[in-house]
Write a protein that binds this ligand. Structure first.
Ligand code: GTP
Ligand code: MG
Length: 362
């Protein structure tokens, strides 16, 4: 799962990135905390324990024309580059400015997180709208439906869906807010629309705002995010970045003092899992206990492909046990002798917390 951090210039994207990943580069990870992994690790005592991770990318700012008159207006190439980078990620975090800091002018003339959010989202909507219109025109002319690998709809199905999409965007709503049948969803996925990507809105707060829980433009931002269907995840970017730079043993006490009960990274993991419909399955053994992220509804063979394409290709069976069953049995051997280990085929839908051993031939 690759998540891009976007936003207008100087809203604190890199600060939030560093707070979430603890690293200062452009690419990093946020671990997904999971006490089941801790428990499995104490059960199997493996050489290595690996939590699931979200990959984060700090993308360049959206090239807004002449910020505060200090920057040259963006060229079409700047804008193209920005859009191409966004295409490369599965989901987005949009950071919006809420912190007050006279030394750093806000990207718009005042602190207005809701307007920042819609400014960028409207760009995505416009781009999707143009793709839709040209597709609808071609459809009307040639009468050929889209024959994408995973989606082979009838002409009427596609035209009807695209018209619904069109109406959705005309109302200023992202395509993700449409409620779709499974086949419709597959078809829309094949277009790779911007507004079909999940977005988490992150107002970047200063220390006082974090303490009081209040910041300028808060009500408008809540309204706008709800309209778009984006969860809202306020983060005290600079504070959390500073905490991440402390020696590990000092972090918890310092965070508690500032009223940060759960780190931004942990809250991000929870929000991302819930909003994107993600679950974890586990592989266990003496070598490694490891958590893997999949979308809810993923089949056993596709889950095997997360580990290695060879395992998916040579898939024979999955040996599966639910997490509570393994805990109750105490050991895999015990679970096996009590018949709690199931043999599942390639189409089995993996459940959250399944512990899986894939059998495959190479
Ligand atoms: N007071 C305060 N200052 C912040 C906060 N977050 C960021 N800043 C400051 O704002 C400035 C810009 O922060 P960056 O994280 O570099 O912002 P950015 O969005 O990555 O900037 P660009 O990549 O240049 O668009 C820096 O001087 C930060 O120290 C915050 O939460 N509180
Ligand atoms: Mg930056």
């Amino acid at each position: 799962m690759k998540i891009g951090i976007i936003g207008l210039p100087l809203v604190g994207k890199s600060t939030v990135f560093q707070a979430l990943t603890g690293s200062a580069g452009k690419i990093g990870v946020a671990l997904v905390p999971d006490e089941r992994v801790d428990k499995l690790s104490s059960l199997f005592r493996p050489r290595k324990t690996t939590y699931a991770q979200l990959e984060l990318v700090d993308l360049d700012p959206y090239p807004l024309p002449g910020i505060n008159g200090s920057q040259p207006p963006p060229t079409p190439a700047d804008r193209r580059t920005f859009f191409e980078r966004v295409r490369d990620v599965d989901a987005l975090i949009q950071v919006v400015r809420a912190f007050r800091n006279p030394a750093v002018p806000p990207p718009l003339d005042e602190i207005d997180p809701a307007r920042e959010l819609s400014l960028l989202q409207e760009e995505f909507q416009l781009s999707d709208y143009q793709v839709l219109q040209s597709r609808l025109e071609r459809l009307a002319k040639t009468g050929k439906p889209r024959a994408a690998a995973a989606a082979n709809p009838s002409l009427a199905t596609e035209a009807a869906l695209l018209s619904r999409c069109s109406a959705c965007l005309e109302q200023g709503r992202p395509l993700r807010t449409l409620s779709l049948q499974e086949d419709e969803e597959r078809l829309l996925r094949s277009f790779d629309f911007f507004t079909f990507r999940p977005v988490i809105a992150v107002p970047n707060l200063d220390e006082d705002e974090w303490r009081t829980g209040e910041y300028p433009g808060q009500a408008e931002l809540a309204k706008k995010s709800a309209e778009y269907g984006f969860p809202l995840l306020p983060i005290a970017g600079l504070l959390e970045k500073e905490i991440s730079e402390l020696p590990p043993r000092d972090r918890a006490a310092f965070a508690a003092e500032l009223g940060i009960e759960e780190t931004g990274a942990d809250r991000l993991a929870r929000t991302t899992y819930a909003h994107l419909g993600l679950i974890s399955f586990f592989t266990v053994g003496e070598d490694e206990v490891r958590a893997w992220t999949i979308r809810r509804g993923t089949t056993a063979r596709a889950a095997a492909g997360k580990i290695h394409s060879d395992i998916a290709r040579g898939f024979i069976r999955a040996e599966v046990i639910a997490y509570p069953d393994l805990l109750a049995a105490g050991t895999l051997a015990n679970a096996r002798s009590h018949g709690r280990l199931r043999l599942e085929g390639k189409d089995y839908v993996v459940q959250d917390g399944d512990i899986i051993n894939f059998r495959f031939h190479v």
